[in-house]
Design a protein around this ligand. Structure first.
Ligand SMILES: C[S@@+](CC[C@H](N)C(=O)[O-])C[C@H]1O[C@@H](n2cnc3c(N)ncnc32)[C@H](O)[C@@H]1O
Length: 375
């Protein structure tokens, strides 16, 4: 799984997103405003952009800092930017060809990056909403291709999570699983496949797969029900932001609560983590896959695709566990799980060591056990 092809694909996506950031700096007319020191908020104001676009603009500016063309300084909590010299002409076509040569399945990520970037000017000016545009007819197909196990750079999220879940639960005689935000089922498919390979499928007594979007849910249901007709699969809709017991999730019912790339969009992270803990049996596990930011404030390529979504940015922040919307560091997740009362909290693989050698590995799974009285 952690192959040369994956490494090269990640490096390519990082570079491609930097080239898109340069391109956007021109298309948003930001480049001419950076002769003097400016913050992202100030730029949004002078360019009459939506104030909420400041988060995405900050990401673009940070990517330019990595090129050496932009200088940054910090005053209190505010970052200011200043252009040192003009950036090079982006080479998107050449890089796309390189990416497809590494792996033709990289088209899914390149297409979604391009599509998201094409929406930035209209979203900045408030002419379109990010959610509406990304989930429009064109966006939805790109979305399905991206969150697919043929897409190696995404599938790795599903693999690390499934492996951690199996490690934590393999000795249980009976398993009741609740999955959140299952989308079209890419994480569910890998979980079932990995449990199958480990001989754990007969232990599954109940697997409730939830997803609020009916279109995604039906796609996942269609594929999985056909492939595993004998498995005790159930489907439902669950919104992680609303009380779970009022949505048909019994307290203390599940040995595993599972979610891949979902909980970072929870409006109130502690609320959702507490709901997950309440849904678990006394020794049950919450296992989540998340895109992890190796270092605080480090911009990472997947953000380009998601940071124009209101659902991604409109969340409650907290200096200790969630200083920014979107992707968090392993430390933030450890603290959040611990504050929500989970024990034996761990992140796998060992992101803290990996980032010292390779700071562009963005994938991890976090687990924590509910040690409250058993049902
Ligand atoms: C990034 S996708 C991940 C999909 C799936 N886990 C996978 O890996 O293929 C996030 C999913 O969370 C769902 N979602 C969005 N808001 C949610 C909410 N408030 N509660 C539960 N799920 C939500 C979305 O519909 C989407 O399917």
């Amino acid at each position: 799984m952690l192959s040369e092809r994956l490494y090269q694909s990640i490096e390519l996506m990082e570079r491609y997103s930097i080239e898109l950031a340069i391109d956007l700096l021109h298309r948003l007319d930001v480049i001419d405003r950076l002769g003097e020191w400016r913050s992202a908020d100030e730029l949004c104001h002078v360019l009459s952009f939506q104030p909420r676009f400041s988060f995405a603009l900050g990401w673009i500016l940070e990517r330019l800092v990595e090129t050496g063309c932009m200088e940054a300084r910090t005053d209190g909590d505010t970052h200011f930017y200043h252009m040192r010299h003009a950036p090079w002409q982006p080479e998107l076509e050449r890089l796309r060809a390189v990416g497809l040569n590494i792996d033709p399945a990289n088209a899914a990520t390149l297409d979604l990056l391009d599509h998201a970037a094409s929406l930035y000017p209209a979203v900045a000016r408030g002419e379109q909403s990010g959610d509406h545009s990304l989930f429009g007819p064109q966006g939805i197909l790109l979305w399905l291709n991206y969150f697919h196990n043929d897409n190696l750079t995404y599938a790795v999220n599903n693999w690390v999570s499934a492996m951690l879940a199996a490690d934590r639960l393999s000795t249980r005689p009976r398993l009741r699983i609740l999955e959140l935000g299952a989308g079209a089922g890419s994480a569910s498919k890998i979980l079932v496949r990995w449990f199958d390979e480990r001989g754990l499928l007969p232990q599954i007594e109940r697997y409730l797969i939830t997803e609020p979007n009916a279109f995604f849910r039906r796609r996942g249901q269609r594929d999985l029900a056909k492939q595993y007709p004998d498995l005790a699969l159930e489907w439902g809709a669950l919104d992680v932001n609303l009380p779970w017991d009022a949505q048909g999730v019994a307290l203390g019912e599940f040995n595993l609560v599972y979610a891949v790339n979902v909980l970072h969009i929870s409006k109130d992270l502690l609320f959702s983590l507490n709901q997950a803990r309440s849904a678990l049996t006394g020794n049950g596990w919450l296992v989540i896959g998340e895109c992890l930011r190796p270092y605080v404030n480090q911009p990472i390529y997947p953000e380009l695709m998601f940071q124009i979504l209101e659902s991604f940015t409109d969340v409650q922040t907290d200096s200790e566990i969630r200083p920014n919307p979107g992707f968090l560091t392993a430390d933030h997740w450890r603290r959040a799980f611990t504050r929500a009362g989970f024990e034996r909290v761990e992140v796998a693989p060992d992101i803290d060591s990996i980032r010292e050698i390779y700071p562009h590995f963005f994938t991890g799974a976090i687990c924590g056990q509910n040690t409250a009285a058993s049902k």
